[in-house]
Design a protein around this ligand. Sequence first.
Ligand SMILES: *[C@@H]1O[C@H](CO)[C@@H](O)[C@H](O)[C@H]1NC(C)=O
Length: 276
Amino acid sequence: MEFNVLLAILLALPLSGAHSWVERLRRLGLNGTMVGDPGYVRGFVSRLDPTFDDLRMQHHLPPNGRDAQLGILPTDRICRDSQRVSRSSDMFPRLQAWPGDFIALQHQENGHVTLPEASPHKEHGGTIYIYGTPNPSEDDALLSIHRVWNADGTGGDRRGSLLAVRPFDDGQCYQINDGQISIARQEAFKKVPADPQGADLWCQSDIRLPSDVCGAYTLYWVWEWPFKPDGLERPADIYTSCMDVDILPGIQQGEVSYVDGQDLNWAGIKQQMLAI
Ligand SMILES: *[C@@H]1O[C@H](CO)[C@@H](O)[C@H](O)[C@H]1NC(C)=O
């Protein structure tokens, strides 16, 4: 790509330096449609808030400014300070869901999917790990949970489990820019603009809550974004979001009966829902 074309793309994308977090949670019906009210992560700050700044939502490990050789330390917490304890507001409440519900955790790709040329030293998008626990601790450390808790719940201190591993690039999401990937996806995954995504199509990770949860259940979203192998040993960048779900009495049972061709503004991802 010519330098001036790349430059034009970068200038057209004010968010190119921005990173990602869980913007919103939605319940998914078994037919794949988002239903009910949205829920939010702990201490959520809206992008529309006049005091909004990326640094009020992102949690990056190892933290900026630390000697890269040190990497992530055993004491580094999995949640940013504003998300260590359960905290929500009337405007941005927790998600309410039933045991066994399908849930979409939505994030913005910020060019990490559609403008790979903006981060040539990084792997495409990376991978998201979603952990769940009925018994969170405000001191939960990343290294005691990430790649330690397993699907059986027998990893580490056994307080939680790995619910799903999902690609950061869910195969369809895009933000509007002049890059080839975005242009191709705007055509392949057409939708009418709708709030809060506007013309963008947010990425998502779809999970299913365990059927034996009650009261409250905590989710840790861990995005691991590695460097391409280049002879330098560098730990992957990690970004996290921490959130709670209020569990309602009852249970969502049944098989996925996904309706193809539905409005992408409000649709889960069939392959992810069937993969559970
Ligand atoms: C899925 O079911 C919900 C009701 O649970 C309904 O509102 C929605 O329209 C359905 N979606 C499709 C694509 O049929």
